[in-house]
Write a protein that binds this ligand. Structure first.
Ligand SMILES: Cc1cc2nc3c(=O)[nH]c(=O)nc-3n(C[C@H](O)[C@H](O)[C@H](O)COP(=O)(O)OP(=O)(O)OC[C@H]3O[C@@H](n4cnc5c(N)ncnc54)[C@H](O)[C@@H]3O)c2cc1C
Length: 476
């Protein structure tokens, strides 16, 4: 097929950075949700100015553009749902640490662990730590307002964004806020871009806040007979003002999955328990004080507890926790991976509701996650080749979303909406709220070229063979 005029112009402007070969198009056709879309070109950006060139052309010819970091999004937010061009920013890896101001200046393609290591070399700390931190990029983290295990004490990505540079969908360069600790000049568009899932602009540079690195850490594993026991005990950690940096929960199916994946028990001699993994950090004194309080809490509330004897053992515990996501595949080959969040005092109720959903729809569900924040990953597992089981999983998901909203929670705490949660957006947001968001989108992107098909339109795919519309999860 002949190139479109827009593509000819793009190739003239950016030469071999414009990739149209099968392999490159395949690699940029899907993200962590594994739903692939045909598109015309992938553009490997190696200088921020090229982003302006691409967007000006795309806006002139009304070509859809999807920005991509590492493509680890679990919602389809980085997949080119409307075709067009994929803007790949993973090579924009400039990184500079400013120890005096405690800032990091990062290109959007910097991988989170690289930023954390560079900060650590200066005795500083960048806390946001999504479990994908070894691959995902700062640009993607900003666009999704990524969370992670340490959010409990340290907050989410938004809390570390000082200023942003980038391009409007119409191709103009903009800077939101300045590299100062305070900024009260005009609307706070910086924070509007954070979490906008690449629909309002393209980030080409960010200044991020760093904090002093904690002197020491200490980790504890606590076992409970039931999930309700574990989640009720979480409330006591908060009431006692112990202030851990991390407080993670694993239900019994997740523990079984992780044990199968690692081929060893997590809590030796006490199988089949729900677990909490807790980390304290801070100065030696702070940790010593919190440790006493935490041990007293464990004696009162846990069936058994065990401290990690050394940093290597603690790291092993965190590896196990990070492996929970892939361990879910012990329960089925396809996953509806949710990141719901409820008020802390409703977590035990959520787990009870999950148990009812499990029984009602006969589906395997594993729940783990950031219990200190009320943010739990509910993973509804099914087998791709089993249409009845897959349908039940989809129905279970609909029920889960309604339960979360009824518990006054949110359907996404950190992954965002992307494509995956579009069918449930109206459960969470009212007409006036959605209409306001759409107006904001129009102001930034009058031609609707940037990441179209995400957030607002309930997503479905036309299945040619069966002549039916299918929702995205049918395809995993
Ligand atoms: C195993 C696993 C564990 C995970 N754990 C967590 C977790 O603990 N916490 C969490 O929050 N998330 C988690 N995620 C989800 C995902 O890693 C995050 O959403 C991450 O922020 C995505 O970064 P990325 O570089 O892969 O972005 P991509 O997937 O490439 O893109 C994600 C979104 O950001 C947009 N985008 C990317 N770069 C830019 C840019 N420069 N400017 C504007 N928009 C841009 C894209 O258009 C898309 O909408 C996990 C994913 C996996 C696979």
């Amino acid at each position: 097929m002949d190139d479109s005029i827009a593509l000819q112009e793009l190739k003239k402007a950016l030469g071999e950075r414009v990739q149209t070969d099968k392999e490159a198009l395949y690699r940029s056709s899907f993200d962590g949700m594994r739903l692939a879309f045909e598109h015309e070109a992938a553009i490997q950006i190696d200088h921020p100015d090229q982003v302006g060139v691409v967007l000006r052309l795309a806006n002139e010819y009304k070509v859809p553009v999807t920005t991509r970091g590492a493509g680890t999004s679990l919602t389809g937010s980085a997949s080119p749902a409307r075709g067009g061009w994929v803007l790949k920013l993973d090579q924009l890896k400039d990184l500079r640490i400013d120890p005096l101001n405690r800032f990091a200046h990062a290109g959007p393609g910097v991988v989170v662990t690289d930023l954390q290591n560079a900060a650590r070399d200066e005795g500083l700390f960048y806390p946001p730590d999504p479990s994908s931190l070894r691959y995902c990029t700062i640009g993607g983290n900003i666009a999704c307002n990524a969370g992670g295990m340490r959010c409990l004490k340290y907050g989410v990505t938004r809390d570390y964004v000082v200023s942003l540079q980038g391009y409007l969908p119409t191709g103009e360069f903009v800077t939101w806020a300045s590299d100062t600790r305070k900024f009260a000049t005009g609307y706070n568009v910086r924070d509007l871009w954070v979490g906008s899932e690449g629909t309002l602009g393209v980030v080409t540079g960010a200044t991020l806040k760093l904090i002093p690195a904690p002197e020491t850490t200490w980790s504890l594993l606590a076992a409970f007979p039931t999930e309700r026991d574990a989640l009720t005990a979480v409330e006591e950690v908060v009431r006692k003002r112990i202030g851990p940096a991390i407080l993670e929960f694993l239900d019994r199916p997740s523990v079984r999955g992780a044990e199968a994946a690692f081929q060893q028990p997590i809590f030796d001699g006490l199988p089949g328990r729900s677990l909490l993994i807790i980390e304290l950090d801070g100065s030696e004194n702070e940790v010593a004080t919190a440790k006493e309080k935490l041990l007293s809490w464990a004696r009162d509330h846990a069936e058994a507890h065990r401290a990690a004897p050394d940093p290597a053992s603690a790291e092993k515990l965190w590896d196990i926790r990070r492996a929970c996501s892939s361990a879910m595949f012990e329960l089925g080959d396809s996953k509806l991976n949710e990141d719901v969040v409820v008020p802390l005092h409703r977590q035990a109720d959520l787990i009870d509701e999950v148990e009812k959903i499990r029984a009602k729809f006969q589906v395997a569900i594993g729940v783990f996650g950031h219990a200190g924040d009320g943010n739990l990953h509910v993973n509804i597992m099914h087998h791709r080749e089993d249409p009845v089981g897959s349908r039940r999983a989809r129905e279970a998901l609909g029920e889960l979303m309604q339960v979360v909203v009824d518990l006054k929670g949110a359907i996404s705490g950190e992954h965002g909406v992307g494509l995956a949660k579009t069918p449930f957006l109206t459960l969470q947001l009212g007409e006036a709220e959605i209409a306001t968001m759409k107006k904001i989108k129009e102001v930034f992107d009058p031609n609707g070229i940037l990441n179209p098909g995400k957030l607002f339109e309930p997503f479905e795919v036309w299945d040619k063979k069966k002549e039916v519309f299918r929702f995205p999860w049918d395809h995993r």
